[in-house]
Design a protein around this ligand. Structure first.
Ligand code: SF4
Ligand code: SF4
Length: 151
């Protein structure tokens, strides 16, 4: 009898407890802010220093630069920038080393696809992945000086 009452107690407790299931994917799942998700890349901020590609442990970043078309300005501008999300482990190292915050992490995580080819993301796709940028990067778009300059 005691066991029965104990079991019913557990049942009623579970029946009245707050539900933890969600209606994903109908209702988007909000990740914690420290979650490291798919990167956002801003081509205009990139100085083609190659540090992100050099530090990447899986060598999944490929980039090319070209001479600045503005004859008044020195240096290079980014031409192509690709990340292979088949092997990216979202470790955050590329964003940590970037001196201009051209590449930052977001809270986005949805990359499921029927084709592996779809996991190669180019600069246009990464540029358009500009929502849910992590809050420690929420001054995105501000000039580097407003953020205390380069890291
Ligand atoms: S998150 Fe890590 S694995 Fe992915 S591109 Fe950046 S450095 Fe490479
Ligand atoms: S580290 Fe930043 S500025 Fe340098 S190439 Fe990578 S994205 Fe561009």
């Amino acid at each position: 009898m005691k066991g029965l009452l104990k079991g019913l107690g557990v049942t009623f407790k579970a029946m009245t407890a707050k539900k933890i299931t969600t209606s994903y994917p109908d209702v988007p799942f909000v990740m914690p802010d420290r979650f490291r998700g798919i990167q956002h890349f801003e081509p205009d901020k990139c100085i083609v220093c190659n540090q992100c590609a050099r530090i990447c442990p899986t060598e999944c970043i490929t980039l090319t630069g070209k001479a600045n078309p503005d004859p008044e300005k020195k240096g290079k501008v980014i031409d192509t920038y690709d990340i292979n999300f088949e092997i990216c482990i979202l470790c955050d190292l590329c964003t940590e080393v970037c001196p201009t915050e051209a590449i930052v992490m977001t809270n986005n995580f949805e990359l499921a696809s029927y084709s592996r080819d779809d996991l190669f993301k180019d600069r246009e796709w990464l540029d358009s992945n500009n929502h849910n940028v992590r809050k420690d990067n929420n001054n995105i778009g501000a000039p580097a000086a407003a953020k205390g300059g380069a890291k």
